[in-house]
Structures are given as structure tokens and as C-alpha cells.
Design a protein around this ligand. Structure first.
Ligand SMILES: [Zn+2]
Length: 667
């Protein structure tokens, strides 16, 4: 290697070490030492070096978190130490029995227990070699799992290189999970993109880690808590607690909610206190894990064929209830998907009245063996959508009816086709009123064109009376047509027309999202608009060009291509263009705020935060989430946070809401 190359590698090494140090500070310890701007500068320098010398890119570079290539399938890996599941218990008595068994096997010795929250996610094993992350695997059957290294790497709180001075060559285990907030957001996006929802955070985490395309995994809000040092080449601490603190100091994210007790009564008290507190956590837990602290005692206790004898999981009662399945309705979605929905006798589950539950698709109904009239067990995991778990077969009277998925659309009567490899049956009639209504509702919704006043009920009437067949028709509506509708008077008709007219100013990314392309949520629409800048460029982009956009994988690229290849979609876009909707990204160049960086803190009264941010971007400015050297203006609303103090200290220009409105051309 030449001297010049040597120098480049040395600098890359330095940058990677700095960045991984700051990643741990930020993602694991929530205690950043530098501003986002300074961090970005380090990252940019590394990226530049890597672009100039692609042959020198190092494997633990933070730029390698997302792999460019999707896998065909996951390789299998054999675990170094079997990943056994824990024995479960559901009552105080069972836990006391566990304690008695442990003490007896240890000949009456003093025992300490470490108690941890049982996160509801996906168990994984991470392998480090000489401090470098080399492999991640799912539990699988406990002996053989799937290698999901590429996807594990996308989780930012997992260090690609451990802090020096701690763990070097070792296997650690933990739980990949999705926060309640993350799941809600993801499901909202999926709903808008016409994709099936995840029933609970566990399914969402598992579904994300088992994606062959690591770009998809990277777009999912995943995090991890590590809870076991299962193997180490170097000597291990004497206790489980010691292992956890060694893991922590090595830069691995462990749960802060870990406690040590000497008496099982205190463990029980702790379990009881978490039963109510668990709803306040940002993530879902389904129980508490109790482990013997001493590793030497653990070794002596050993394993049964299936579980370790030194640990047990206390499971909280699930939020389940029984009720009756009164019927199964069929909903027709925006893309024609027929979804069976359970109609339930209203029942309270975890403080919420449940009347409906999604059944996903016909296979799901079949697999669960549901019959109409059945008593069924339903479950609400956290704040997520209710699920039908199973029928209570013992309570059948013989009067229950088998469910048959209709082979035609219940709304328009067209054939409903199930294509090979798809779980869903679809109404193939693009002008099916149910689909037309759903498409229009989506078009007018808040995150799309935000046409206030054109809600579901009005859309029903507009389509029902044949006044509107697609989004472009909305812009041709006349006052006298609206006045024919039920509940629409002089004044409200004017408001509706004004709202429709006002939507003509919406930025290009909203127009794109509003079209309702399958798999294209709000974020993806933003990414596409940013990458292609105009409808024409986007429409003529090949699938390969689409799939390289960040956040867009093969599936999304295919859906976008399919949408634009359809001639009636192209006609609709032409009509929307003639109407005057924005077909080009604005901002960036030439705006009055070009190059200016804004930061918002506190609540604004005349607009939402996202409207204000959009305004800045429209005028060519940028929005930053934290105060950095690059910040030009800090806009202060009601109840500003600590960012204001920081901004003042740094001598930034502070704007109140009025000043901001004037600056952006409002009154
Ligand atoms: Zn139909």
C-alpha cells in the first residue's frame, strides 16, 4: 500500500472510531457530546473519503449500515450456545415454587435474583469478534436461526464496533422491538399505502427483521435491549449483573429497568408495581424475567431439556375477553382489496369498547376456523388494533355458519380475483364505487391534499350522485351541484369550493402522496419528490432508477412503475396538471429563504409545526431538529423547550410567531 493510501485508511479508521463513539453517546446513552452539525461534518468527511476510494471502505463504517443489495434468502446459522426459551409462570404461587426449587437445588444457599422487564419483541443473538460486529441471527428453533446481519446493522443503537476496554469476542443476546409510537406511525403509513397492518409490536419487529431487502428494515423504527452475555472468549464477571454492566460499558444498550432482590416477596412486589406502570412505557412488555444473579449458581442449576433452571418469566395476564362473532363484513379498499372484518358483540377490553376486529384475509379466517355466531376470544395488545385469537369451539351449538369469502365485489358486483402468491382478493373494476370513494377520501385527507370539509360523508354523496368519478372531477364541481346534496346549504357550499380551490397550492410531494400509489406513504412520497423533483421525471424513471432512492426498495419501485404504466392513471395526472396542481418540487433554489436554517421550539398558534416547516421548505429554507452552528433562526412558540436557552447562549436570531409569519409572506 502506498503512503497516500495508508494515510486515507488511517483517517477513515479515526473517523469511524469517533463516529461510533458518538453513536453510542447518542443512541445508547441518550447523552450526546456534540451537535448534529458537528456529527454530520464527521460523517460527510468519511463519505467523501469513501467515495474517492471505494476500494478502501472499511466493514464497520457507519455508511455500511444499509446494504445496497437485497438477499435471495437468509442463510442459516447454528448458535454457539443453544438459545433456549424461558419457562413461563402466571401466578404468585408458581413463582414461589420456582424460588423454593432453586434454593433446594442449591442446598439452601443464599440466592440473589436479578429482575428485568420482558420486552415483547424478537429475540436475537449478536456476535462480536475482536470488538467488531460480525453476525446477527434470529432465535429460530433455538439451535439453528436465520442470519439477519444486514438488517440488524440498520439498528442505530447497535454498535458496529464496541468501545475499547470491554467485551471483545463474545455473543450477546437481546430483544429487537418497535416502540408503541413507532408502530402507530408505521401502521398509519401502511393504512394510507393500502398495506395490511401489523397486529402488535412483536409481529412488526419480526416482520421488519425478516425483510430480505435491508432498505425496508432500515426504514422501520427498530431498537434493541441486550440482556445476556451468552459467551465470551475472555473471562466473564461472576454475576449476571456484572455482565450487564460490562455490556453497558462496552456500548451495548441494556434496559435501565433492572433490579436485584434477595427475597422472592420483594420480587413479587416489584412485579405487582409494574403491572400498572407498564402502560406508561414507550414499548410493550408482556411480563417480568427473574434470573439467578450468580453465574456459578446458574452453572450448578443447569438446564432441563427445554429451559434453564435458573430463570423464569412471569407473564402478565393478556388483555383478552370473549365475545360473539355476529358477522363478517367485507370492506373494499382503495386498491380494491377485499378485507374481512369481524363484527363483534360490543365488549370492554382493557378499558376500550371493541366492536370490530380485522381478519386480514380469507386464509386467516380459515386458519382460525372461525364460524359466524361463534363465541370468540379477542385480544388487544397494548394500544394496537384488536385481534380475534380463536373460536371457543366448546361453546358451539351447531347453529354457527361457515364463512365463505365472496368471489365478487360486494359493492359493484365485479369479479374479485385472487392472484397467485397474493393473500388478498381484489375487485378488478377500477371504477368500483367503493374504490373510487376510498381513493377520494385518501386524496382529500389531511396528510394528502388536506381538503377540509370534503369528508367521508360528502365523498359518499358526491360519488353516489355521480358528480365525481375521480380526483380531477373535484376541481370541476360547481356550486349548484353541491346545493343538490343533502345537508349542503349556500354557505357550506362556498366553504367546500374554497377548500378545494385552496388545495391547488399544495406542494408536489403531497400531490404525489394523494394519488394513492400502492406502498407509497407520506415519507416515501417525500423521498421520491425530493429525488426526481418533477412528475415528468418520476413518470419516465425506470424501475432500477426508482429502487435506488433511499427508502424505496424493489416492491415500492414496482408499484410506482405499475401505477404510471396504467393509461387511466396517466390520463388522471394530465387532467390534474391542467387543473393547475403542482407537478414540480418547489423550494430549494431561488426561494426567499434559500440556504437559511430554521429551528422550531414550542407550540405555534396560527399553524401546526408541520405546516410551518413546510412553509420554510417551500421557500427554499431548511429545518433542523437541534440548535447547531448552522442554525440561522430560532422560531419560538408557546412553552418553548431548553433549545431556546441554548439558542440564546449561542447568540442566534430569535423570532416570535408574528415575525416568522411576516418573514414567510403571511399577515
Ligand atoms: Zn368493486
Amino acid at each position: 500500500m502506498t503512503d497516500a493510501k495508508d494515510r486515507v485508511v488511517k483517517r477513515m479508521r479515526e473517523l469511524i472510531e469517533l463516529i461510533s463513539h458518538h453513536d453510542i453517546k447518542y443512541y445508547v446513552e441518550d447523552n450526546p457530546e456534540i451537535s448534529d452539525y458537528e456529527y454530520d461534518t464527521l460523517l460527510r468527511e468519511l463519505r467523501d473519503l469513501e467515495e474517492k476510494h471505494p476500494e478502501l471502505v472499511l466493514p464497520d463504517s457507519p455508511t455500511q449500515r444499509v446494504s445496497g443489495k437485497a438477499l435471495e434468502e437468509f442463510p442459516q446459522v447454528e448458535h454457539m450456545v443453544a438459545m433456549l426459551s424461558l419457562d413461563n409462570c402466571y401466578s404468585e404461587d408458581e413463582l414461589k415454587e420456582f424460588d423454593a426449587r432453586v434454593r433446594k437445588l442449591l442446598g439452601g444457599e443464599q440466592v440473589e435474583y436479578v429482575v428485568e422487564l420482558k420486552i415483547d419483541g424478537l429475540g436475537v443473538a449478536l456476535m462480536y469478534e475482536d470488538g467488531l460486529f460480525v453476525r446477527g441471527a434470529t432465535r429460530g428453533d433455538g439451535r439453528i436461526g436465520e442470519e439477519v446481519t444486514q438488517n440488524i446493522k440498520t439498528i442505530k443503537s447497535i454498535p458496529l464496533r464496541l468501545r475499547p476496554g470491554g467485551i471483545r469476542t463474545a455473543e450477546v443476546r437481546g430483544e429487537v422491538y418497535m416502540s408503541k409510537d413507532g408502530l402507530r406511525k408505521l401502521n398509519r403509513e401502511r393504512e394510507k399505502a393500502g398495506e395490511p397492518l401489523f397486529a402488535n409490536p412483536r409481529n412488526a419487529a419480526a416482520g421488519s427483521i425478516r425483510q430480505l431487502d435491508s432498505k425496508v428494515a432500515a426504514s422501520r423504527p427498530l431498537d434493541i435491549f441486550l440482556y445476556t452475555l451468552s459467551y465470551s472468549k475472555d473471562s466473564m464477571p461472576g454475576t449476571h449483573e456484572g455482565c450487564l454492566s460490562l455490556m453497558r460499558s462496552s456500548g451495548l444498550r441494556t434496559s435501565p429497568q433492572t433490579k436485584r432482590f434477595e427475597r422472592i416477596e420483594d420480587v413479587l412486589g416489584h412485579i405487582a408495581s409494574w403491572e400498572s406502570k407498564r402502560d406508561d412505557l414507550g414499548y410493550e412488555i408482556d411480563g417480568i424475567v427473574v434470573k439467578v444473579n450468580s453465574l456459578e449458581q446458574q452453572r450448578r442449576l443447569g438446564y432441563t431439556a427445554k429451559n434453564p433452571r435458573w430463570a423464569i418469566a412471569y407473564k402478565y395476564p393478556p388483555k383478552q375477553m370473549t365475545t360473539r362473532l355476529l358477522g363478517i363484513d367485507i370492506q373494499v379498499g382503495r386498491t380494491g382489496t377485499l378485507t374481512p372484518v369481524a363484527v363483534l358483540e360490543p365488549v370492554q377490553v382493557g378499558g376500550v369498547t371493541v366492536t370490530h376486529a380485522t381478519l386480514h384475509n380469507e386464509d386467516e379466517v380459515k386458519r382460525k376456523g372461525l364460524r359466524i355466531g361463534d363465541h370468540v376470544l379477542i385480544e388487544r395488545a397494548g394500544e394496537v388494533i384488536p385481534q380475534v385469537v380463536k373460536p371457543i369451539v366448546e361453546r358451539r351449538t351447531g347453529a354457527e355458519k361457515e364463512f365463505r369469502m365472496p368471489t365478487s365485489c360486494p359493492v359493484c358486483g365485479s369479479k374479485a380475483v385472487r392472484e397467485e402468491g397474493e393473500a388478498a382478493r381484489r375487485c378488478i373494476n377500477a371504477s368500483c364505487p367503493a374504490q373510487v370513494k376510498e381513493r377520494l377520501r385518501h386524496f382529500c385527507s389531511r396528510d394528502a391534499m388536506d381538503i377540509e370539509g370534503v369528508g367521508p360523508a360528502l365523498v359518499d354523496q358526491l360519488v353516489g350522485k355521480g358528480l365525481v368519478h375521480d380526483a380531477a372531477d373535484l376541481y370541476d364541481l360547481r356550486k349548484e351541484q353541491l346545493l343538490e346534496l343533502e345537508g349542503v346549504a349556500e354557505r357550506s357550499s362556498e366553504n367546500i369550493l374554497n377548500a378545494i380551490r385552496a388545495s391547488m397550492d399544495r406542494e408536489f410531494s403531497r400531490v404525489l402522496f394523494a394519488l394513492g400509489i400502492r406502498h407509497v406513504g407520506r415519507t416515501t412520497a417525500n423521498d421520491l419528490a425530493e429525488a426526481f423533483r418533477s412528475m415528468d421525471k418520476l413518470m419516465s424513471a425506470a424501475r432500477e432508477e426508482l429502487s435506488v432512492v433511499e427508502g424505496v426498495g424493489d416492491v415500492v419501485a414496482g408499484a410506482v412503475r405499475d401505477f404510471f404504466d396504467n393509461s387511466s392513471n396517466r390520463r388522471l395526472i394530465e387532467r390534474l396538471r391542467k387543473t393547475g396542481l403542482s407537478m414540480q418540487a418547489s423550494g430549494r433554489a431561488g426561494g426567499t429563504l434559500e440556504g437559511k436554517v430554521f429551528l422550531f421550539t414550542g407550540e405555534l398558534s396560527s399553524m401546526t409545526r408541520s405546516q410551518a416547516e413546510e412553509k420554510v421548505r417551500e421557500l427554499g429554507g431548511k429545518v433542523s431538529p437541534s440548535v447547531t452552528k448552522a442554525t440561522d433562526y430560532v422560531v419560538v412558540g408557546r412553552d418553548p423547550g431548553s433549545k431556546l436557552d441554548k439558542a440564546k447562549k449561542m447568540g442566534k436570531s430569535i423570532l416570535d410567531e408574528n415575525a416568522f409569519v411576516r418573514m414567510t409572506g403571511g399577515r
